[in-house]
Design a protein around this ligand. Structure first.
Ligand SMILES: Cc1cc2nc3c(=O)[nH]c(=O)nc-3n(C[C@H](O)[C@H](O)[C@H](O)COP(=O)(O)OP(=O)(O)OC[C@H]3O[C@@H](n4cnc5c(N)ncnc54)[C@H](O)[C@@H]3O)c2cc1C
Length: 502
């Protein structure tokens, strides 16, 4: 659709080159749809990027990639990346361990990334629990199976009621049903540090999905980091004839006659396109609609939702190997104690951090550090509010003081890391907000508690505005696998509905 007042004409404009924007644009362009990809940053990827400091490349986001599966037992992400022409350009690096979980003086347990091995380790650490752990893992598998089937559209009456009985219960209640030992519960719950809600509030099905994903299909890294994946997707898009604009933001989504007519760029250029795929936050997407108020149902929905959690990250280039520093696992959850509710409450303020995930990218090297050195990042999830409330003059001091707290906690497990620091960088929730453009720097989209999850909200990809399509963490689950799949699914539906492109 071209019109006389437009400078550029495409079939589809994709706003945002995050995971979902990249897979949507690549899917469309490879099917012959003339697609313009618009990204306000200078590189593709959104969260899925890396940056250089001295001799080191620093990974921004990826701690553990789910969804690949092994060569012999591939899961959904592997065929997707193959069909988009990128898998052959990437080298995937398997993590041996699920994670090491430590509360100093209380427990220090490393779980291997397989069901039987994890049961053996847990039984050795907490004797007498084997059959309880087996029962718990069975429930994890069953709830996940039915959850995935329900999310894929299986009618509710065909879904095993087990999902509805157990899935939305607080994870803590399910743990309490199975176990007496608080340490064992704490070790099994470590992944709440990724999900952003403590076990007392986290729906069991969410934790079950993550445990299942990594135990069944293994945690992975990518040689060269997540930027390599983003770059490979962009290259595939460009090879197919797609056009990308970096350093360019969509300023408005143009409408005519109640449907999408294109976008206006912050360069002032007007692009005509009958379809727009938005990979940016829902509030920002609807705020961009020009000449059309957000439909009443959307306004109501947006008014009742809360942006989710963001994070604070300390990136370090260390002049020592993982072995010299004492890192034995790639992924390490370190908490000061087992009071998860208190740790979650602390994520709203600037009191010293109480829980971190420490990722060593050189236990299974991905090429981010030169020989003899290593890249380690420390992350704690955190809301933006306390950072937003700080006077600008206090911001820099506050962020370095807070970073010291992360280092202090790490040094309870691997003393000597401070002495090996060669390069360092710090990202707060405000950094995430600035780079991604998302409210509060929320990198998983909306808060993912039970009321905000798919059982009540559904998985929304259509927007109530004809021609506007939604992809990414703000319209489903956050995380690499879900967002990569979300973009491809949106593009697939668009292609189905528009046989006319053929
Ligand atoms: C520190 C950190 C650690 C994480 N760890 C993990 C992990 O280990 N495993 C995991 O699975 N997930 C992890 N995640 C979450 C995961 O990275 C995100 O949920 C996912 O990448 C979000 O993808 P998205 O498609 O929603 O797009 P986003 O990454 O949110 O990207 C949106 C893009 O839109 C662009 N944009 C915004 N507004 C405009 C505009 N007006 N015009 C043009 N472009 C615009 C932004 O610049 C950005 O590039 C982590 C994230 C972070 C930040």
């Amino acid at each position: 659709m071209s019109d006389s007042d437009s400078d550029l004409d495409f079939d589809v404009v994709v706003i945002g080159a995050g995971n979902a924007g990249l897979t949507a644009a690549t899917t469309l362009q490879r099917a012959g749809v003339r697609t313009l990809l618009v990204e306000r940053h200078s590189v593709p990827g959104g969260c899925a990027t890396s940056f250089r400091r001295g001799r080191y490349e620093f990974e921004v986001a990826l701690h553990q990639l789910s969804g690949l599966g092994t060569e012999g037992q591939a899961f959904s992400l592997r065929p997707l990346l193959t069909s988009l022409g990128v898998a052959e350009h990437l080298e995937f690096v398997e993590e041996r361990d699920l994670y090491r979980a430590v509360v100093p003086g209380v427990y220090d347990v490393t779980l291997p990334a397989d069901w039987a091995g994890a049961i053996d380790v847990l039984e050795a650490e907490f004797p007498g629990n084997r059959s309880r752990i087996e029962r718990f893992f069975d429930l994890v598998r069953n709830v996940t199976f039915w959850q995935v089937a329900a999310m894929d559209g299986l009618p509710a009456e065909q879904v095993d009621p087990l999902l509805f009985r157990q899935g939305l219960r607080p994870f803590k209640d399910v743990l309490d049903d199975h176990f007496d030992d608080e340490r064992l519960k704490s070790v099994l719950g470590a992944y709440w540090g990724y999900l952003g809600l403590p076990p007392s509030r986290l729906p069991f099905q969410d934790l079950a999905l993550v445990l299942f994903a990594y135990l069944e299909f293994k945690p992975w890294h990518i040689r060269g980091g997540s930027q390599m994946l983003s770059r490979a997707l962009l290259d595939s898009f460009l090879r197919a004839g797609g056009e990308v604009r970096f350093h360019t933001a969509a300023a408005a989504i143009r409408t005519r006659g109640g449907r999408v007519a294109g976008v206006r760029l912050d360069t002032g250029e007007r692009v005509s396109a009958a379809e727009v795929v938005s990979n940016v936050s829902l509030p920002a997407t609807y705020a961009m609609l020009e000449g059309l108020p957000a439909p009443a149902a959307v306004a109501r929905d947006l008014g009742t939702r809360r942006p989710g959690i963001s994070g604070f990250v300390l990136h370090m280039g260390l002049d020592a190997t993982p072995a010299e520093l004492g890192f034995t696992a790639s992924t390490n959850f370190v908490n000061v104690d087992m009071d998860d509710d208190r740790t979650f409450a602390a994520m709203r303020g600037l009191e010293p951090v109480r829980g971190i995930v420490a990722s060593s990218y050189d236990v299974e090297p991905i090429g981010f550090a030169p020989p003899g050195a290593s890249h380690v990042s420390l992350m704690t999830l955190q809301y933006a509010d306390a950072w937003q409330a700080l006077p600008p003059a206090e911001y820099a001091l506050a962020k370095f003081a807070y970073a010291e707290g992360l280092l202090d906690l790490l040094e309870t497990v691997t003393p000597g890391v401070r002495d090996a620091i060669e390069e360092v960088d710090v990202a707060t929730p405000l950094t995430m907000e600035r780079y991604l453009g998302h409210p509060g720097g929320a990198f998983y989209g909306y808060e993912q508690d039970a009321a905000d999850g798919w059982p009540f909200r559904g998985i929304r990809r259509e927007s109530h505005v004809p021609g506007l399509h939604l992809a990414g963490s703000w319209v489903g689950m956050g995380g690499f696998q879900p967002t990569l799949q979300s973009g491809a699914a949106v593009a697939g539906r668009l292609l189905e509905s528009k046989g006319a492109y053929a």
